[in-house]
Design a binder for this molecule. Sequence first.
Ligand code: PLP
Length: 441
Amino acid sequence: MSVLAINGGTKVREKPFPAYSVIGEEEKQAVMEVLDSGVLSRYLGCWHDDFYGGPKVRQLEKEWADYVGVKHAITVNSCTSGLYCAVGATGVGPGDEVIVSPYTMSASAVAPLIYNAVPVFADIEPDYYCLDPASVEACITERTRVIIVVDLFGHPFDHEAIMSIARKHNLIVIEDCAQAPGAGANGRMTGTLGDIGVFSLNYHKHIHTGEGGVIVTDDDALAERMRLIRNHAEAVVEAKGVTDLNNMIGFNYRMTEIEAAIGSCQLRKLDGLLSDRQQNCAHLNERLNAIPAITPPDIRDGCTHSFYVHALKFDSEIAGVSRDDYINAVRAELPVTELREKEGVLLACGYARPLYLQPMYQKKIAYGPDGFPFVGPHYTGKVNYERGICPVAERMHFQELFTHELMRPPITSEDIDDIIEAFTKVWENRNELTSVPTVST
Ligand SMILES: *Cc1c(COP(=O)(O)O)cnc(C)c1O
């Protein structure tokens, strides 16, 4: 019998996994060309030819629009700022509600707050982890204006159901597709499944420019408002002849020429990088499926999954040990990943804690000490952020789901065999785990 590493036995593997890396010679050369040109950014924050940025920015926007199959692509300096542009463009403001997901990176829910609107959390689907259409519909009030959906882990949201709810209630849908570039549903790419899509180009994403983001839409009016918010709207509207001043407060969300040049190289690599991830996840799915308590991710009919994160379910009743005890024991068998040593093994119980459990929502303190915009003269609703409002998200996070990143390039199929061996070893020796389950909070 092999002793589990968590009980002092030998680990399945000591040698760190290779650092995540998608940058090569093409990017280096593209950056040098921009540096040689001397034009590191060419934006002007006034109504002028350069209001829309320099040549590399415009080139990336054209390429991205072509790739996704959409009329407008608008580069920004992050997906977070892209989400802020998108919410601002819809005209949302004080007193309005925006339906958001609780199970996502925090920016997808915070975007409404930037415009003093109130985020309302709908629950997620138990199989695909995206917003549940029935729960979304139940959250709609006369104050609802926008739904922000998330293609979580790289799986497209249920666009048919949610778009039909949105059309019925005259709501705009913003698709946070930060985790799903290149995925799609029924022949359409992510980003085009809602009214506005927002991608991320931060270092952790499938392709990146260090920091960066791209917004896409087919709607001319929304596109122009987003370009204004990106670049000092209030200083531009008069000369440009814009008369609707709602939310025409500008920011500086501009991408540099260097980032845009890297982005063009990266976009060309996206399909290849995606297929590496898909193959790695298929390998893991096939082998981990042999462990009776583990369920690999399901994919909705007609959808493709881009596997930003590999999310699987663990059934503690079948196993006779809790998810947390099992996963902690698997972690103990595996090494860290180079350049991210301090984070430990890139395997976790759950994903991001349901967002409404953050202090900002629990205490309802965002702007000033008196609860604005959750309470105050503009807002006639009474938003609920108590534990229990999204039972599926809570069950997934605290009991069933586990997620890992050990499928990102340049991980090899031999590396993946070590990961499978760790899961299998702990499964076969799970009687060594304590009979007192620990539960994460
Ligand atoms: C990464 C991520 C973001 C934020 O992206 P940035 O470019 O870092 O601002 C937003 N939403 C989701 C779902 C993400 O995964």
